[in-house]
Design a protein. Structure first.
Length: 186
């Protein structure tokens, strides 16, 4: 089973449970033209506790591994939990949308796209850059900086830089922004 089939099955289960979502992380970077390999799928979700329980109930135990208690804890803490596709080994990180202003705005700006023949919601390129800068700050990851720099370089004038810079300033990501702006402008 391919990555796309895993993605289709998970997004269908989210849709069936009435959970709004958006693809983010490495596979969103791939959509915007920055290819790299990864072993997990990152999806931000906006869900209540009952919707999470409904979603998990839709995932057959012989096909998926998920901890309902971890999902409910992630909901309470606005963090993440994992679902493992047992047949393929793919790990799906389901990230609970935070209640802060950036996260609410990012989620409201998500786009419905055709992702290699699959219709799904995805973070905008601008929001993905900001999120990757934030992940770089939290994890001190050069890979996140490289991903963001590639999107910046590939999308260039199509990006709303004022929007990006507003959140770079608001989220305290100026150091990370400077690190990625150098290779993209040089």
């Amino acid at each position: 089973m391919s990555f796309l089939e895993v993605l289709r099955r998970i997004t269908s289960a989210l849709d069936d449970a009435g959970i709004a979502y958006m693809l983010t992380g490495s596979f969103a970077s791939v959509y915007y033209g920055s290819p790299r390999s990864t072993q997990d799928i990152d999806i931000v979700i906006s869900a209540g506790a009952q919707e999470l329980q409904d979603f998990l109930a839709r995932l057959p135990g012989e096909d998926y591994y998920a901890e309902p208690a971890a999902a409910l804890e992630a909901h309470r803490n606005e963090s993440l939990f994992n679902v493992i596709d047992i047949k393929t080994g793919w790990k799906i990180d389901l990230i609970i949308r935070k209640s802060r202003a950036f996260s609410r705005g990012e989620f409201s700006r998500r786009l419905k796209v055709d992702y290699q023949g699959t219709s799904l919601f995805i973070a905008t390129a601008e929001d993905l850059i900001v999120a990757k800068l934030e992940w770089a700050k939290l994890g001190e990851s050069e890979r996140q900086i490289s991903d963001a720099a590639a999107i910046l370089q590939l999308r260039g004038s199509l990006l709303d830089r004022a929007y990006i810079e507003k959140w770079v300033d608001g989220l305290g990501l100026i150091e990370q922004w400077k690190r990625l702006s150098k290779p993209a402008s040089g």
